[in-house]
Design a protein around this ligand. Structure first.
Ligand SMILES: Nc1nc2c(c(=O)[nH]1)N[C@H]1C(S)=C(S)[C@@H](COP(=O)(O)OP(=O)(O)OC[C@H]3O[C@@H](n4cnc5c(=O)[nH]c(N)nc54)[C@H](O)[C@@H]3O)O[C@H]1N2
Ligand SMILES: Nc1nc2c(c(=O)[nH]1)N[C@H]1C(S)=C(S)[C@@H](COP(=O)(O)OP(=O)(O)OC[C@H]3O[C@@H](n4cnc5c(=O)[nH]c(N)nc54)[C@H](O)[C@@H]3O)O[C@H]1N2
Ligand code: SF4
Ligand SMILES: [Mo]
Length: 671
């Protein structure tokens, strides 16, 4: 008899705005095929090339299946298998000793976005609040972007992605949607069929350029000046939507008089490297479009001036009244957190007193500083800081500290896990329950386990429950199962969630949070208007300020790749093959000046580190910029470090975020 094939729904757990619906075929408790869910309103049955074979990740021979205790020296990757009972006992003993000597704040959790599930991603915080551990400021990704948007728009709802279909001018501003937001292509194609024009504003010709009618190449970190220059063009060419501005915008008149005069075409051209005629052209095109729509990526926010850049760009749709038009607006990120009772998961009330906060972008400093108390233990879950955190050499130095007791809960033996004293095996999303929301659409979707745990893997919450019991926490909170917690979330009185189709949610189908009819012109700011003038800011009007930079000749773009997601998918030989090698793309003119040949090994370096790359001569990259796409585990690199050995721990102007792209390097031949 043929084995029975079952098909069950699930959700893509990765940190990607699309949050696709999955159909998983299983045979005898194993996932054998993963396809897209045709009933998902946004992702419509297609997946990206990474997730088309998710079963290869889930059943990878490299999956961790048992707890491991370090036997060799730190970082040597030598471990022996132990039981879960031994592992939990070991953690309890070490933590009790550390707490007695240094206090509980000597323990630091480190997590980010290995899974985006509402419960498994966030609930560890309840445990660490109860423990009294230091808190992690989780700002590695897009908090500067969020800050910039909120400074102008408050907590206004972001436009539904369907709006893009009705636009006649789509500006992809610093986003490679082919890699990071592939399902938005559906709306872009619909708009193009109806005659829309697509512009891409980038630092190099990324793969998204193939969808653009025109590519504008901007000097890294200077987009704020471009936006201000476009606004000045709108004023000079009398393309301001005066009625809309009078009714819905705060402070335009003063902005026009006090700030905009500085941003002449020449001044903007000098800052951005874009010729004056093109700045004028894009300003006029934007002002004359029927319903212009900006899709804003996060790359441009990862600079010392990132929040301000986002603030300036976010003002553009207000000046032309795009918010009042079907198909007009700006999409930075969709926020649906308010639909859920997040406080019931994070449980700040478990904290007896406010504990120390450590910024995750400054892990290197934090681990090495002899702060009071020093960090004596770190518990890493669903994150890979040895690879994704900036200033890799500083981070690794910290991880090598002999007295640091380090626990890593992971699916794979990542570079971070190699530095652990104790490695705990984690379930993949197909093996545990969760509920998902998205930052690219308005759907909510519940996922039930579709296969049993691989080996002895446990979910994030199940490990925290064991640890809570070992540490003697008596709160009934720690006795709940994941499904009980999800059920409570769904039943908690939240007005937005109450409007959703709950039957669909319980069946594991994607259901959309409804949007009020006039949401695009309802501005949830203190003034009730779009705040071009924001009196709560030190700079009440948007302005251009330079980014940090380094004293080196080439800007280093470390952009997302098509076949990886942050450091995830390095376990997949099929995807590594498509990536070929860790390339450094360089303009032919720069390569010639350096005497480099295509395919040779080169070293990119700056004051923080050195990284070996394979040189790829590429006319897509302008002179003065080098580009590397995707993040590699060390064993998949040509050298002994990866791109974050070059990035810095400096923070953004606001939002305390990472500044990955605000990095400069020089390049020399390896031999
Ligand atoms: N395939 C794939 N998908 C992903 C990810 C991935 O690594 N791979 N990462 C996921 C995560 S965590 C996130 S946060 C999102 C990010 O998704 P996006 O926000 O779309 O991507 P970013 O990494 O922010 O950068 C996008 C682009 O910004 C460009 N850029 C850099 N500096 C500037 C600048 O100064 N000006 C302009 N105009 N452009 C600039 C870069 O060249 C890059 O191509 O994607 C998610 N999806
Ligand atoms: N140079 C450079 N560095 C970057 C970026 C960049 O553009 N350039 N992007 C940055 C951005 S935007 C982000 S968001 C960060 C992301 O950084 P991270 O959130 O650390 O993301 P990943 O590298 O995908 O690592 C997630 C890990 O979680 C594990 N995992 C998956 N599911 C689970 C689970 O359920 N439980 C547990 N315990 N583990 C699980 C995976 O195996 C994987 O190793 O990286 C940042 N780093
Ligand atoms: S990574 Fe993004 S595009 Fe790919 S399946 Fe997951 S949610 Fe969809
Ligand atoms: Mo991110």
């Amino acid at each position: 008899m043929n084995p029975k094939i079952e098909v069950k729904r699930s959700v893509c757990p990765y940190d990607c705005p699309d949050t696709c619906g999955l159909m998983v075929e299983t045979v005898e408790g194993k996932a054998v095929r993963v396809t897209g869910d045709p009933d998902h309103p946004h992702t419509r049955g297609t997946l990206c090339s990474k997730m088309n074979h998710y079963e290869k990740t889930v059943h990878s021979p490299e999956r961790l299946t048992k707890p491991l205790l370090r036997t060799g020296s730190k970082g040597a990757g030598e471990f022996k298998e132990i039981s879960w009972e031994e592992a939990i006992f070991h953690i309890k003993e070490r933590w009790q000793g550390i707490i007695a000597e240094y206090g509980s704040q000597a323990i630091l959790p480190y997590s980010y976005a290995g899974t985006m599930g509402v419960v498994q991603r966030n609930i560890g915080e309840a445990f660490f609040h109860r423990l009294g551990a230091s808190r992690l400021e989780r700002t590695i990704c897009s908090s500067a972007k969020g800050y910039g948007w909120s400074a102008v728009m408050g907590s206004s709802l972001a436009p539904h992605p369907q709006e893009v279909s009705a636009s006649d001018l789509i500006i992809l501003w610093g986003t490679n949607i082919l890699a990071t937001n592939i399902h938005l292509l559906y709306q872009i194609r619909e708009a193009k069929k109806a005659g829309a024009v697509v512009w891409l504003i980038e630092t190099y010709q990324s793969s998204a350029a193939q969808f653009a009618d025109k590519v504008i190449m901007v000097r890294p970190g200077s987009d704020g000046a471009l936006a201000l220059g476009m606004m000045r063009v709108l004023v000079d060419k009398k393309l301001i939507a005066e009625e809309f501005v009078a009714q819905y915008v705060q402070g335009f008149e003063a902005f026009e008089k006090e700030s905009l005069p500085e941003y002449s075409l020449d001044a903007v051209s000098k800052i951005t490297g874009i010729d004056a005629a093109s700045v004028e052209e894009i300003g006029i095109l934007y002002g004359k479009a029927r319903a212009p729509f900006i899709v804003m990526g996060s790359g441009l926010s990862r600079y010392g001036n990132g929040a301000m850049t986002v603030r300036a760009i976010t003002c553009l749709p207000a000046l032309v009244g795009a918010w009042a038009k079907v198909g007009g607006g700006l999409l930075a990120s969709i926020g649906t957190g308010s639909a859920f009772a997040m406080d019931s998961i994070i449980r700040e009330d478990f904290m007896q007193e406010p504990t120390r906060i450590v910024n995750m972008n400054q892990l290197g400093h934090a681990l090495q500083q002899i702060t009071n108390p020093p960090i004596m233990s770190m518990y890493v879950y669903h994150s890979n800081p040895a690879i994704v955190a900036p200033d890799q050499n500083a981070v690794v130095k910290g991880l090598l500290r002999e007295e640091l007791f380090m626990i890593v809960h992971e699916r794979f033996m990542t570079d971070t896990a190699r530095y652990a004293d104790l490695v705990l095996p984690a379930t993949s999303s197909l093996e545990h329950s969760d509920i998902y929301r998205s930052y690219g659409h308005y759907c909510v979707q519940r996922a039930y386990p579709v296969i049993p745990p691989v080996g002895e893997a446990k979910s994030n919450w199940d490990v925290f429950r064991l640890l809570a019991s070992a540490m003697g926490f008596e709160e009934s909170f720690f006795e709940q199962t994941t499904d009980e917690i999800i059920q409570q979330l769904l039943e908690s009185p939240k007005p937005w969630l109450e409007q959703i189709d709950m039957n669909k949610v319980q069946e594991g189908m994607a259901a959309e949070l409804p949007l009020p009819p006039d949401y695009k012109i309802t501005f949830k700011t203190p003034s009730g208007k779009i705040e071009i003038f924001n009196p709560r800011e030190i700079d009440p009007f948007p302005t251009y300020k330079p980014s940090h930079g380094d004293d080196a000749p080439f800007w280093l773009m470390n952009a997302p790749g098509l076949y990886s997601l942050n450091s995830s998918f390095n376990e997949r030989p099929d995807l590594l093959e498509k990536r070929k090698a860790m390339y450094l793309m360089m303009n032919p003119y720069d390569a010639e000046k350096k005497g480099f040949k295509n395919g040779q090994e080169v070293i990119a370096f700056n004051e923080r580190g050195e990284v070996v790359f394979i040189l790829k001569i590429a006319s897509e990259v302008p002179s003065g910029i080098v580009v590397t796409e995707g993040i590699f585990w060390i064993k998949n690199t040509p050298g002994k470090s990866s791109v974050n050995a070059l990035t810095s721990q400096r923070l953004t102007d606001r939002g305390a975020a990472s500044t990955f792209y605000d990095t400069k390097v020089d390049v020399r031949s390896f031999h």
